[in-house]
Design a protein around this ligand. Sequence first.
Ligand SMILES: C[S@@+](CC[C@H](N)C(=O)[O-])C[C@H]1O[C@@H](n2cnc3c(N)ncnc32)[C@H](O)[C@@H]1O
Length: 428
Amino acid sequence: MSFVEKPPLSIEPPDDIPVYFATLIAGLELIVADEVEQRLPAAQVLGALRGKLVFASPEPPGAALELGTIEHLFAWAGQIEALPTSREGLEVIERELEALDLGPALSLFHRLHGEPEQPGFRITAQRAGNHEYNSVEIAAAAGAGVNRRYGWAVDLTQYDYDVRVYVTDDSALVGLRLSEEALHRRARVRHAAASLNPTVAHAMCRLAAHALGRASAERATPAGRPSGPDGPPHLAEEASAFPAAVVGQVFVDPMCGAGTILIERASLGEVGLLVGGELHEQPLAAARENLAAASLSRPAGRENLAAACGSPAASAEGPADPGLSAALVRWDARRLPLRRGSVDAVACNLPWGRRVGSHRANRHLYPGFMRELGRVLRPGGVAVLLTQEKRLIARLMAKSRKLTLVEQYPLSLSGMYPTIYVLTRTAD
Ligand SMILES: C[S@@+](CC[C@H](N)C(=O)[O-])C[C@H]1O[C@@H](n2cnc3c(N)ncnc32)[C@H](O)[C@@H]1O
């Protein structure tokens, strides 16, 4: 059975533990589940829909707001099943919302934000599938139900409570929004072209850490034996390998743009050296500003880079960044000024040939870049790449003797369909 289900979810939310659902970039469900299990150790993942994860957690609600891979956090309020897709569905929504006890969801909201004296509310509805009604009508029907039960005033702009209704085919998921604004709005202060959503960057950094943990666990296990009693461990079970894998790690984003991936990697902690490289000065300037705003301000710069990776300072263009804990260097990712085998992990959002670069330019960029990856990664090192150039990657992977594709995560991201590729550097 696939991890992501079709709605409605076949779950029994526990009565005594608060239940949440998070919205996320579709395709990241497994990675978000892993983060939930690792960062909220008492949490229980109950199920996943495309772009949503439901979990129960006894920890204070603020802890779930710290998750790096989610877009919004909601208190779970309930599901509607067997919802008619005809106009009759609107009456069902109104009735069900009137009957729905929002009490547990409200108490989570109040723990986080306090209890408003005269609450105003709004309904936000989203719809997928074929229905004889639209999302505005869903919101109106749900609003009428909530208003009858609780008597709150509807206020579309100065609301206290945002009740969400996600209708998919013949079911609906209902929740109360706990996150004040989208959780991807963090750290970055200046955008560059095609700046990456930080939740995706965070997921890529987690994948890199896991792949490194897995590689070092495999090295520590005699060949041919599975690494656990039942075979390779689930992502979450490798949590203990995480700190060991990243101590002293050299982590590089060779096309760092505004520095989003570096900032997210820093937020995971325990990294020996963060290096960002960029061909163009404008995004590099944005990266400098963004790293400073994210308080990555212990001295590093070129000296560390030279010590860890050889002596790139001499060949790197652009000013050193003595105030940043990430070394930022102007370079061409097809000719990295880094020593052979000097890098543990690479995470990189490549140009997709749409908003940045072109398909034609990518046919030159990608082969040179992949060759450099094979050279600078140490055996057992890891690269996590994001791109929509699927055929180009498939062709290059088929030819590469130094890189092995171990995992792929196809995403749906702002109307585009890129894939996260997890690669490992094979032994020489
Ligand atoms: C998709 S963007 C990366 C966005 C970045 N992850 C962010 O969040 O801002 C790709 C970046 O690769 C850079 N780039 C293109 N060709 C390059 C090359 N040969 N060497 C280094 N950087 C390059 C572009 O200038 C662009 O900033």
